[in-house]
Design a protein around this ligand. Sequence first.
Ligand code: NAD
Ligand code: UFG
Length: 338
Amino acid sequence: MPETLLLTGGAGYIGSHTALTLLRRGRDVVVVDDLSNSSAESIRRVNRLSGREAVFYEADVRDRGKLKEIFANHKIDAVIHFAGYKAVGESVAEPLKYYQNNLDTTLALCETMPQFGVNRLIFSSSATVYGTSQNVPLKESEPTGCVNPYGRTKLMNEEILTDYANANKEFAVTILRYFNPVGADPSGEIGEDPRGIPNNLMPYITQVAVGRRPKLYVFGADYPTPDGTGVRDYIHVADLAEGHAAAYERMKPGVNVYNLGSGAGHSVLELVRAYEEANGVEIPYEITGRRPGDVAQSYADPGKANRELNWKTKRTLRDICRDAHNWQTRNPEGYQKS
Ligand code: NAD
Ligand code: UFG
């Protein structure tokens, strides 16, 4: 019998790519997603690409009754908890929405999983928990500290899960701190589909590339970095998906924390140039002021994940740019117009 993973938020950007990787590796996948920031079309396409079938429940993870029904219907071996809201600016404007959803989804899982003997959980955390630290490359041992409500929900979730695992020794938690997930499956069938104006750099660039937006605004060129623009660790979403599969395969007792990043930092202008070169397009841009809350540079020391999970990134910045562009040109309006 294939092992079965429950993916909360599995219709979303990272969840759909992880579902594809797991299905291709012969795992069974159950997805629960309320579609608050995604489309069921992503799961239909994952099924088509994998030639297999993820079971999909449209439901809110906080709905304990529904969650019990899902655990009762399937023999779940582990949960990967992607579900949550992720827009930093929105979290500043509507903090309670973030605390309610991002924390209570985790509580609902911790309450329900033991009732069905499920005791392995992988959690989507973020490099944002390193706050304003500039101690790059960032190691997992770096002190944490968050600067906005979204980041605080990530840190609080890490703490809730650690407390819960300390109190319940059979419960194993793997915390994955993602750096900057970008790119798309090379098929161009699934990818990142933000609602409204993109908050993040890569989807903004892809929308400029297909003419949905006139130009990119580069938030600051006066940082203490080689070209003055912000430096980040961009990780191909397919590498990230493989990181989840590796984390599941190598899950250990207790609480284990891993950075998932490439280990390399690239500036905004480097990414723009790489995108132009990979795709033969021009990305017009204008340099504007810094975005409040941004740090000059953030990139991972992925050594712990390399060693303990036997995982490292394989895709290049060029692969990232090519695959992101392929997704956007095939789906200029995202899943909406499909
Ligand atoms: P996403 O918005 O595409 O996916 C999240 C999914 O969760 C969406 O499909 C949404 O509909 C669903 N969801 C939200 N609340 C829910 C609820 N209560 N019940 C059921 N479903 C719910 O985002 P993503 O980029 O795929 O991110 C996945 C996870 O990774 C999130 O927890 C996010 O905070 C974290 N993360 C993302 C990034 C990034 O840059 N994309 C970086 C670090 C961490
Ligand atoms: N940037 C621009 N123009 C844009 C968007 C971004 O110049 O239109 C710049 C930013 O200033 C930054 C870089 O591009 O220097 C990357 O910005 P993103 O918004 O793409 O990514 P962040 O590193 O700010 O944030 C991301 C996720 C967060 C997560 C964080 C972890 O969006 O959810 O990584 O470090 F918490």
